[in-house]
Design a protein around this ligand. Structure first.
Ligand SMILES: N[C@@H](CCC(=O)N[C@@H](CS)C(=O)NCC(=O)O)C(=O)O
Length: 372
């Protein structure tokens, strides 16, 4: 039986997300997940009984925000991205030829610069996931974000077209409803590259004149942190802002602390007992785990405990990095409570060495905390 990837589509950005898995262990990888589709992706993992081991980016996208950081937190995956893309939060920085294991399966990283300088394609069995390097009867544009048409020409002709003709091509986008192609087909019929010299290809790419992606200014910075938000703007630190839906909103650690000190809000720490015990805790915060270690099983007492904690005040929910607390805030909202997510959480986001504590978070901002 053919071993196919699961192909998922985000209509707003015409982005394809792929889930690959090992049939025996159910270990899985997700390629290019889209923020707005996280619930769909988590449901897909549940439906197939998969354990997400890796989130993987083909590049730092310009047209949508990745959910990699959130998936890592919610599904326990590790983040991987091409080393040349500047995605400092990715725990594994992939070089050309590096492999990722998931169960008994192996995926190989191929550096295919051109759409962006760091872009990669990923080969798995007789499939290749080409991101925005090779599209069906097209290719990624090269007019922004370190794009380079000559590099793209070499990536297409020397890296991707060197794969066996029968290799299935799974693109990062399709704007016309096509799902996949093959190396043989693209080599012979792709309107941008088939039969073209490098000079002809470069001239064609330079003449494209495409409009700028609608979300580029918001998407690129967010994607450099695996889609996790940052609070660089001091003027906004002391204002709540609307959440992504389903809860009262997001607050900076500084604003959460101000509300708690003024008696306007109760802080609920939704991390596991183990995290509070070993990493540290905020004095006065009420411990109500959203999930418990080991196994990250949902806490059956969450509803009752969070209701009791609120007693008519607003809640500010703290977790490790501000992701679990969104899920918990949504649940508390369903229970009729006014619940806010504390951005960045206790430890913040991982840095280039995959160390937390140096990129945002409660401790990073010097707010009060203790350790046993
Ligand atoms: N219209 C889309 C962007 C379309 C676009 O520019 N896509 C990029 C990938 S992010 C590309 O390389 N397109 C190649 C092409 O359209 O030929 C938006 O506003 O988000």
């Amino acid at each position: 039986m053919a071993h196919l990837p699961i192909q998922l589509f985000d209509p707003a950005s015409s982005t394809y997300t792929y889930v690959l898995f090992d049939r025996a262990s159910r270990d899985a990888v997700i390629i290019d997940p889209v923020d707005e589709q996280i619930e769909r992706d988590l449901a897909t993992l549940r439906e197939y009984g998969l354990k997400l081991r890796w989130t993987l980016e083909t590049h730092a996208h310009a047209d949508h925000i990745t959910s990699a950081g959130k998936l890592a937190e919610l599904a326990g995956a590790r983040t991987a991205a091409p080393v040349g893309c500047g995605i400092g939060t990715a725990a594994v920085q992939l070089q050309d030829g590096d492999t990722l294991q998931f169960g008994g399966e192996t995926l190989v990283a191929l550096h295919t610069p051109g759409h962006t300088a760091g872009s990669m394609s990923y080969r798995w069995r007789d499939h290749v996931f080409t991101g925005d390097t090779l599209l069906i009867n097209g290719c990624g544009r090269t007019d922004f974000q370190s794009g380079n048409a000559s590099d793209l020409y070499r990536s297409l002709t020397q890296v991707l077209f060197a794969l066996p003709d029968e290799t299935t091509v799974w693109p990062g986008h399709d704007y016309q409803g096509r799902t996949h192609s093959s190396i043989g087909q693209e080599k012979t019929t792709n309107a941008r590259i088939a039969g073209k010299s490098e000079a002809e290809f470069v001239a064609l790419m330079e003449a494209l004149n495409l409009p700028k992606p609608r979300r580029i200014d918001e998407a690129v910075p967010a994607n450099l942190t695996s889609g996790l938000r940052h609070d660089a703007d001091g003027a906004l630190l002391l204002q709540p802002r609307p959440g992504l839906g389903g809860y009262a909103g997001d607050v900076s650690p500084q604003l959460a602390w101000q509300w708690v000190q003024a008696g306007d809000a109760v802080m609920v720490d939704v991390r596991t007992d183990a995290e509070r015990e070993w990493v540290g805790f905020v004095p006065g915060a009420l411990p109500v785990a959203w999930k418990q270690w080991p196994g990250m099983a949902p806490n059956p007492d969450f509803d009752q405990a969070v209701r009791a904690a609120a007693s008519d005040r607003k809640l500010v929910l703290l977790c490790r990095s501000g992701v679990r607390s969104v899920a918990a805030a949504k649940r508390a909202t369903e229970l009729g409570l006014e619940a806010y997510n504390i951005l960045e959480g206790f430890e913040g986001d991982p840095d280039a060495d995959a160390h937390r504590g140096r990129r945002g978070g409660w401790r990073f901002h010097g707010l009060p905390w203790r350790q046993n």
